[in-house]
Write a protein that binds this ligand. Structure first.
Ligand code: SF4
Ligand code: SF4
Length: 341
């Protein structure tokens, strides 16, 4: 692994070059990952709170047309969408976000290869950054990640002091990308970066490991029917905020929108398993007719079904769903509590 140093001034110049080169630059702004037009909008602070939502919408938009159609009495013409991607740099991704595309790629390339998602991800360069934030909702260490995890990053930044970052080149994609910006880098001091990483690992900010995900998976396999789920169902409002802010929730619905009798478009829209109508059949029957069953699905999907099918936990421990829940449901507490029942 190669390691260099970049200072803030040069990092800003690099960002300017990315934008001026006609590429897309996405970085944390005041509350959200934002498409950056001016480098003063970037908030690159390892100690900052995670943005309200993740950046998954840049690979998997909230709503997007997948085909247009025209029809007359006897025929339908289908018009494909041109899905040319643009080089997109994601700067300052926290470790609980950087791994999300690897996790999502499993489902978007399972029984059907989603060209829309794949084209965008192919064009991403992820520049992750060590995290020095932890609140009561964070639990990345319980799902196999950590504040210093480089998983999913092409390049990884470690803040050395107020003005300097160690730059670790993780993947070939990251190496190729950085070749164009070598003028902004200076030789690194691997010992200094290593010491900083070790300090990060032992820091009081390292979230405590609160559950064993394998024990949780086994408990879920044996307790599909359990009164535990009823208690959560009594509190949850079924607003699905938790799904929409999550870096790895990926349910969507396909809807045909007619502009007129002659033409329209087919849309792919985000959906959420907490909505009452999510599994509502046309007959009126709903196999998940109460909220407890819907919450049970959310936890099983993340900590059992996805692990069984793809070998990945469908959760990065970012804590966003809990931070934003209007009735203070904390997924970390719920998953920890499963095995105590
Ligand atoms: S955000 Fe909270 S209230 Fe809303 S669906 Fe999720 S768990 Fe339920
Ligand atoms: S389920 Fe909650 S804690 Fe886990 S990745 Fe999604 S938003 Fe983050």
């Amino acid at each position: 692994m190669e390691e260099k140093i970049i200072n803030r001034e040069n990092l800003n110049k690099l960002c300017r070059d990315i934008i001026d080169g006609g590429n897309i630059l996405i970085a944390p702004g005041k509350t959200e990952y934002t498409v950056i037009k001016d480098t003063s909008e970037i908030i690159l602070d390892a100690g900052s709170k995670p943005t309200k939502a993740s950046y998954k919408n840049y690979a998997f938009p909230k709503a997007e047309p997948v085909i247009y159609y025209k029809k007359d009495k006897n025929d339908i013409e289908l018009i494909d969408i041109d899905i040319k991607g643009k080089k997109t740099v994601i700067l300052g991704a926290k470790p609980c976000d950087s791994n999300s595309f690897d996790i999502l790629s499993k489902v978007f390339n399972w029984d059907y290869k989603d060209d829309f998602f794949n084209m965008r991800v192919k064009n991403f360069i992820v520049i992750g950054m060590m995290c020095e934030f932890a609140d009561k909702y964070c639990f990345c260490t319980s799902v196999g990640l950590s504040p210093v995890s480089e998983k999913g990053s092409d390049i990884f930044l470690i803040p050395l002091d107020e003005n300097n970052f160690a730059v670790r080149i993780i993947t070939d994609k990251g190496k190729e990308f950085m070749e164009s910006y070598g003028k902004y880098l200076t030789e690194g001091n691997p010992e200094k970066a290593k010491a900083k990483t070790e300090a990060g690992k032992s820091s009081a900010k390292m979230p405590e490991k609160v559950f064993n995900s394998e024990e949780v998976r086994k408990w879920l396999g044996k307790n599909f029917e359990h009164p535990f789920w009823d208690g959560i169902g009594d509190v949850c409002l079924s607003c699905a905020q938790c799904a929409f802010v999550c870096p790895v929730c990926h349910c969507f619905d396909i809807v045909d929108e007619d502009y007129s009798y002659e033409e329209g478009r087919r849309m792919k829209n985000w959906d959420g398993c907490q909505f009452g109508h999510f599994t509502l059949h046309a007959s009126g029957h709903n196999p998940r007719d109460i909220q407890g069953k819907r919450y049970r699905q959310r936890i099983n999907h993340k900590f059992k079904y996805y692990v069984d099918k793809f070998g990945e936990i469908l959760c990065t421990g970012c804590g966003r769903c809990s931070r934003g829940c209007p009735v203070s449901i904390d997924i970390k507490e719920i998953v920890s509590d499963t095995v105590k029942n």
